[in-house]
Design a protein around this ligand. Sequence first.
Ligand SMILES: [Fe+2]
Length: 256
Amino acid sequence: MTDLLASSDTADSTQAEVDAEMAAAAATAVDGEPQPRLDYPPYRSSLLRHPTKAQHPADPEGIELWSPVFGDHEIDAVESDLTVQHSGEPVGERMKVTGRVLDGDGRPVRHQLVEIWQANAAGRYLHQRDQHPAPIDPNFSGLGRCLTDAEGRYAFTTIKPGPYPWRNHRNAWRPAHIHFSLFGNDFTQRLVTQMYFPGDPLFALDPIYQSILDPRARERLVASYDHDVTEPEWCTGYRWDIVLTGGHRTPREEEA
Ligand SMILES: [Fe+2]
């Protein structure tokens, strides 16, 4: 553990050294490992903050009594279009991303909150901790949210985010991605994940993407280009479906 702590959050490893660590981890995959490996040394800063104890069982209904409540009235349609939230148009490739949210049994997760956050076209977040020399776009905040419809569909209009450097190791760059948070049918189903774009050359180099050891599971984080979502003279289109677990919840009685 001492070695891990000493190497944690140091940016002086080379990409070749991180590549070797990722290859070594991949060789130890057990049964595919479709979820990110939490104790994954190539992703430096995760070592000191990943869970080390068994998950604490939670009563889904009990949590609903004190967790946040989101109602339709709090979501404005403009919140799903990240290109119209300021006085001018953001710079970059306008795109639409849409898909369905399904539970573990394949049923649509209806009228539930989907939130996204992302960097701008230059790969810069509007956040004080992102100070790398790429321009802030005054017309782009990079935050959006919407509710899924009756078929479990969500849709956002945004601009394609750029890749950005981070300090995991020397010359580390994240593949372009959009962060997603979903709450599903109840608070205990919350899923936070990242959506990627097809064919990104940085996939093989990225310890966050590679912390999912099962290649097929990793690929499920990559959206598909969909020409039917693309709109003429307006935007390109991507499709990405999300499957939540937890579809076996005991049905509740209707309130009187
Ligand atoms: Fe990010």
